[in-house]
Design a protein around this ligand. Structure first.
Ligand SMILES: [Zn+2]
Length: 115
């Protein structure tokens, strides 16, 4: 009888009706945890109009990684084009590494290399 109860529960949790639309990270597309950062698609210092102030939800580690890999000038040029960002080998490597981490996983991000 106890075994049957457990099986019933397992079937229930397999249902697709998860409560509410889970917000996902704009960069890595994993579900967001408790810590949600807003990423400015166009760097604040470069925003020219109200339309430029669009932000998207990201993990803190994802925002820091993007900001460590790209300069503000590069980010402004990409203008929030995710395809462009994830083409970068360092972002690609980061996404492959972070994909199986917990939503609230955080770690120090290596500072931007001098160029
Ligand atoms: Zn993320």
């Amino acid at each position: 009888m106890g075994r049957q109860d457990r099986r019933q529960q397992a079937r229930d949790s397999d249902d697709d009706d998860t409560p509410g639309p889970a917000e996902c990270c704009w960069l890595c597309l994993r579900p967001l945890g408790d810590q949600i950062d807003r990423y400015h698609l166009i760097p604040k210092s470069r925003a020219k109009s109200r339309d430029d102030k669009t932000t998207v939800p990201v993990h803190p580690i994802c925002r820091r990684t993007v900001e460590a890999v790209f300069t503000n000038a590069e980010l402004a040029r990409n203008a929030g084009n995710r395809e462009k960002l994830i083409e970068h080998p360092e972002i690609e490597r980061f996404l492959g590494w972070v994909t199986d981490k917990a939503a609230d996983f955080d770690a120090p991000v290596a500072p931007r290399r001098k160029r």
